[in-house]
Design a protein around this ligand. Structure first.
Ligand SMILES: NC(=O)c1ccc[n+]([C@@H]2O[C@H](COP(=O)([O-])OP(=O)(O)OC[C@H]3O[C@@H](n4cnc5c(N)ncnc54)[C@H](OP(=O)(O)O)[C@@H]3O)[C@@H](O)[C@H]2O)c1
Length: 214
């Protein structure tokens, strides 16, 4: 993948970790937040290819965009970013539609729809690819497991966009499994729950999915 400008919408762990992954590969990154001031500490460590701004500034900056907001904040973040700033661009959607209101997380959309499909509907001119939602942020970049590289599962309607995201995943140390159109997010978002439930039950967060083939 050629050197790119990457706009990351989301100042949380996922936004920062994925931003760090892109920076480690020599890309330029701008992280967006409603409050860019909160990224001062991160910026001090992130090097000269990193910057921070509003959601709109990050979305305008990137040729390649990442959505890494709280699931229930995704629509608002997109509105704040300006829908025109996504036109024609590849958007990696790492979000999950998690509802924490009753304590343990659960999905607030699913089965016949998904947050990935909603994001694609809100941004019909963007090339949305669901990815990075099925693993914890600690293992998103260069995951090291005794069984070899785990697999990142992708879904999206645009094959060229998926090729670009597959390359990103491979550069970040992942195998890749393409599950087809964005509607496969209906299955990828529940996979996040499998990852979380196993973490809660085992008391360990050092796991990732791999598709075994023969
Ligand atoms: N944590 C993980 O390991 C992990 C792994 C896989 C997938 N995910 C998914 O990745 C996404 C990001 O997770 P995270 O743990 O990094 O952080 P998070 O706390 O879920 O999200 C933080 C980001 O969401 C934005 N946000 C929250 N409410 C908003 C609203 N109403 N309007 C606009 N923006 C809003 C925040 O904006 P400000 O910057 O303005 O505060 C911040 O940038 C989530 O959807 C999560 O389910 C998380």
């Amino acid at each position: 993948m050629q050197k790119a400008k990457v706009g990351v919408l989301g100042s949380g762990d996922v936004g920062r970790v994925l931003a760090g992954g892109f920076l480690s590969l020599g890309h330029e990154v701008k992280i967006g937040s409603r409050d860019p001031e909160k990224l001062k500490g991160w910026l001090a460590e992130a090097g000269h290819c990193a910057s921070a701004g509003t959601f709109a500034e990050a979305a305008a900056f990137g040729d390649l965009l990442v959505l890494a907001t709280l699931g229930s904040g995704a629509q608002s973040a997109i509105e704040l970013a300006g829908k025109e700033n996504f036109d024609g661009k590849v958007l990696i959607d790492a979000t999950n539609p998690l509802d924490f209101s009753t304590g343990a997380p659960r999905l607030y959309v699913g089965h016949t729809d998904s947050l990935g499909e909603q994001v694609q509907r809100w941004l019909p001119n963007a090339r949305v690819v669901k990815a990075f939602n099925t693993v914890g942020n600690a293992h998103m970049i260069q995951p090291e497991f005794p069984g070899g590289p785990p697999d990142m599962f992708l879904a999206g309607n645009d094959d060229d966009a998926k090729k670009i995201v597959a390359q990103v995943c491979q550069h970040f140390g992942w195998g890749v499994v393409d599950l087809g159109g964005i509607e496969a997010s209906r299955h990828l978002e529940p996979m996040c729950m499998v990852w979380v439930i196993h973490g809660i039950r085992s008391g360990s967060w050092n796991h990732a999915f791999k598709l075994l083939r023969k």
